[in-house]
Design a protein around this ligand. Structure first.
Ligand SMILES: CC(C)=CCC/C(C)=C/CC/C(C)=C/COP(=O)(O)O
Length: 304
């Protein structure tokens, strides 16, 4: 059977370079991570296209976006890349039995996810009205940056530790100790997911955030959204507050989430997933609730 009868789908596909090269046999696409991760990070591809269309790239972004596009899935015939370098193309064609299998054709789920990500990028860019001082609502940026600090890990950790040091009631200490556990758990889980997914922050984001750690160059999920949702649930469960204050706590969490997109820090899906993740993290905290019964040693230390 001749190679021309190979049923490889025409490129590009959602997985990238699975199509035919100009000269050689179909080049199989080797994905470097799980399908979900690969598809979610595909956002970078749509993002770079988006940036190109809007014509508002900053210096150096063109190269970055181009490299992303190249990596993510342009047709090898249309865009030279290390895989389609002359030396690779000139390699002897192996016997039919050793020829690579054709790449997978795009599933409905992949196509739907890609469309969702493209819409997400477009919508998030439109909502990023405070992404810079000269943006449409640039004058509101300092206010939103204040909100950013209100949902940041450092003030929450510092405040909880301070409260623990000052608290004189065993019940108060128990709640604060669990809040500390919740905040640390949140930092760890968000760092793990960010490190796995590695979705870049929107290209219109200005990286001028208050204290970051290395994984904070990635945007999925929003750490502010996870923290806001988790702390909101925590506070509503463990503090006795009047209704207006309870409403205020919920509003704060929602506004912190929305402000992430307005500041250009995140896409909408980063924040939406962050809210869901933070909401569920509270279930973990509840499940592993630390008490003098479940963690006597810990409480012995704090009750001294
Ligand atoms: C003790 C210790 C390791 C503290 C780290 C606190 C810290 C730097 C947290 C990072 C908070 C942050 C910048 C999260 C990113 O939020 P996004 O909403 O931009 O994802």
């Amino acid at each position: 059977m001749e190679p021309s009868s190979n049923p490889t789908p025409p490129c590009p596909t959602p997985w990238g370079r699975t199509g035919r090269s100009r000269r050689g046999p179909p080049i199989p696409h080797r994905r470097s991570g799980p399908l979900l991760v690969s598809m979610v990070t595909g956002g970078g591809r749509a993002e770079s296209r988006e940036a190109g269309r809007s014509g508002s790239r900053r210096p150096g972004e063109g190269r970055r976006a181009g490299a992303e596009e190249n990596r993510a899935g342009r047709c090898p015939a249309a865009m030279p890349s290390p895989r389609s370098s002359p030396s690779r193309r000139a390699a002897p064609i192996p016997s039919p039995s050793r020829r690579a299998a054709p790449g997978p054709s795009p599933s409905c789920a992949a196509v739907a996810l890609r469309s969702l990500l493209a819409a997400d990028l477009r919508f998030s860019r439109q909502l990023g009205v405070c992404a810079g001082e000269r943006s449409a609502w640039g004058s509101a940026r300092p206010l939103l940056r204040l909100l950013e600090v209100s949902g940041h890990g450092v003030p929450w950790l510092a405040g909880t530790l301070y409260g623990l040091g000052r608290s004189e009631s065993p019940a108060g200490r128990e709640v604060l100790l669990n809040l500390l556990f919740a905040l640390v758990l949140d930092l760890v889980l968000v760092a793990v997911v960010k490190g796995l997914v590695r979705r870049r922050r929107p290209t219109h984001n200005k990286m001028d955030m208050f204290v970051t750690i290395s994984v904070d160059k990635y945007s999925f999920p929003s750490g502010h959204a996870t923290r806001a949702a988790m702390v909101c649930r925590f506070v509503l469960h463990h503090l006795v507050l009047a209704i207006p204050l309870r409403v205020l706590v919920v509003l704060w969490a929602i506004i912190v989430g929305i402000s992430r997109v307005m500041l250009g820090r995140h896409n909408v899906t980063d924040v939406a997933f962050g809210f869901i993740m933070g909401y569920m993290q509270y279930n973990v905290v509840k499940y592993f609730w630390l008490s003098p019964l479940s963690a006597p040693a810990l409480f012995a230390v704090w009750n001294q």
